[in-house]
Design a protein around this ligand. Structure first.
Ligand SMILES: C[S@@+](CC[C@H](N)C(=O)[O-])C[C@H]1O[C@@H](n2cnc3c(N)ncnc32)[C@H](O)[C@@H]1O
Length: 273
């Protein structure tokens, strides 16, 4: 039997295993809502004990990871319809394979994460003509110069921004607004209640350490507009929007409650020209 790939990730980086596991579990279902065969292969290849995650993570949390991926896929496809040669930067990509699902043959794609994650990722995903990896914190400035924009640009960040302080996010989004007028950002956000809930039922329950706690919660995405006059909210919508028809009765109640309490939601911003 070939040797398994060891996992030596630091706190926040380790959280990438949570949605990765969720996508692998979904893919194995008889009628999956999302298919990510790479996630399945990675889970089978890495040396990590998923027992705590498999035992403690609820069905609703798993569904939230799938809903988020489906929203991201849809928004990227819509963006590519408007900008077939558009650039997409996947911030905090972890071991996600959105590119494989949405590539239109002409986009330009960057998968960005911290150096230890990119080193691990390179064992499963290779660079290509139109797909590059960037090993950097998204909060550093140097990587901006690596990004080429021929048409327009969309930044996606799934399960990333709420690990940072509000001040860090303010500074980052203002920097993007200045550098990429007309650019768009799509990400998931947590309300203050959602943040407390996620720290308990996802981070602690999943066996992650306290350094991976979520730090930034907002009640409404529209609060972000007051940070910088160049930032406009295009839409915010609840995490399980469009999902409720596709799940069991028990899941319907859980997803409905989560949306009513505004636990997690998706946000799309545009930077005014
Ligand atoms: C919960 S995981 C989400 C991974 C991926 N987006 C997904 O949905 O599968 C959070 C990711 O953010 C990354 N991350 C944390 N801090 C970061 C930073 N300062 N710069 C770039 N990525 C970061 C972690 O390494 C990890 O891959």
């Amino acid at each position: 039997m070939s040797k398994k790939v060891p996992i030596k990730l630091r706190s926040v980086q380790e959280t990438l295993l949570l949605p990765l596991w969720g996508r692998a579990v979904e893919t194995r279902k008889r009628k999956p809502l999302l298919v990510d065969t790479t996630a399945m292969e990675i889970i089978d290849t890495i040396d990590y004990d998923f027992t705590t995650i498999a035992t403690n993570i609820s069905l609703i949390t798993q569904l939230a990871w799938i809903a988020r991926s489906l929203h991201v896929d849809r928004v990227v496809r819509e963006f590519l319809e408007r900008h077939p040669r558009g650039t997409i930067v996947n911030i905090g990509c972890g071991l996600d394979t959105t590119y494989e699902r949405v590539d239109n043959g002409s986009l330009l794609w960057y998968d960005l994460d911290l150096p230890d994650v990119i080193a691990l990722r390179r064992q499963f995903v290779t660079d290509g003509e139109r797909r590059r990896h960037i090993a950097s914190s998204f909060l550093d400035d140097a990587w901006f110069a690596e990004v080429k924009v021929e048409d327009s640009i969309l930044f996606i960040a799934a399960g990333v921004f709420y690990y940072f302080e509000e001040n860090q996010m303010k500074h980052f989004l203002s920097r993007l607004a200045g550098l990429f007028p007309g650019g768009e950002v799509f990400f998931d956000a947590a309300s203050p209640l959602g943040m407390r809930t996620a720290n308990k039922v996802v981070i602690q329950a999943g066996g992650m350490d306290q350094n991976s706690f979520l730090k930034w919660g907002i009640q409404s995405a529209y609060d972000i507009q007051s940070w910088d006059s160049r930032i406009r909210v295009v839409e915010e919508f609840p995490m399980f929007k469009g999902m409720k028809r596709r799940v069991s009765f028990k899941e319907k109640i859980g997803t409905w409650m989560s949306d009513v309490l505004k636990i997690m939601f998706m946000v799309r911003l545009v930077f005014q020209k």
